[in-house]
Structure formats: structure tokens, C-alpha cells
Design a protein around this ligand. Structure first.
Ligand SMILES: [Zn+2]
Length: 75
């Protein structure tokens, strides 16, 4: 059976909403959309930095490190 390692997540945190694709195997993330993109300079880096609250919450959720501060749902 093939198990997908990639999950698509809808993340909601305070005033920020984001759509993130996370690869559990590679532990890599791709920010599809982030309402805080100007803060994260997503246009320059094409991704949010590791310290972005959205990224931190996604990692907490996907890697089960701790309870994420954001509301997260799998799409
Ligand atoms: Zn961000």
C-alpha cells in the first residue's frame, strides 16, 4: 500500500491564514499561500522562514512535537 508522505494543511493563527504543503519524510515545507507573506518576504524567498509562526505550528502538528498554537486542518 502506498502511503502519501505529503500533507496539505490549512493553518489559522490569530490574523494569519496560510496554506501549507508539508512532506513528513523530508520534513520540508512549501508555503502555498500566507496572509502574512509581506512580513515573511515570501516574494523574495518563495517560502516562509523557519521562524515563521505558521511554519513552527505546521512542524509541531506534522511532527507531533507539541500541541500547535494554530488551528490546523488537513485538506
Ligand atoms: Zn510566514
Amino acid at each position: 500500500m502506498m502511503v502519501s508522505e505529503t500533507i496539505k494543511l490549512s493553518v489559522s493563527l490569530k490574523n494569519t491564514r496560510a496554506l501549507v504543503v508539508f512532506d513528513k519524510k523530508a520534513k520540508s515545507y512549501k508555503i502555498v499561500d500566507c496572509s502574512k507573506r509581506s512580513f515573511c518576504r515570501i516574494y523574495l524567498s518563495k517560502n516562509c522562514p523557519p521562524y515563521c509562526e505558521i511554519v513552527v505550528a505546521v512542524k509541531d502538528y506534522a511532527l507531533k512535537r507539541r500541541t500547535p498554537k494554530a488551528e490546523i486542518s488537513e485538506l
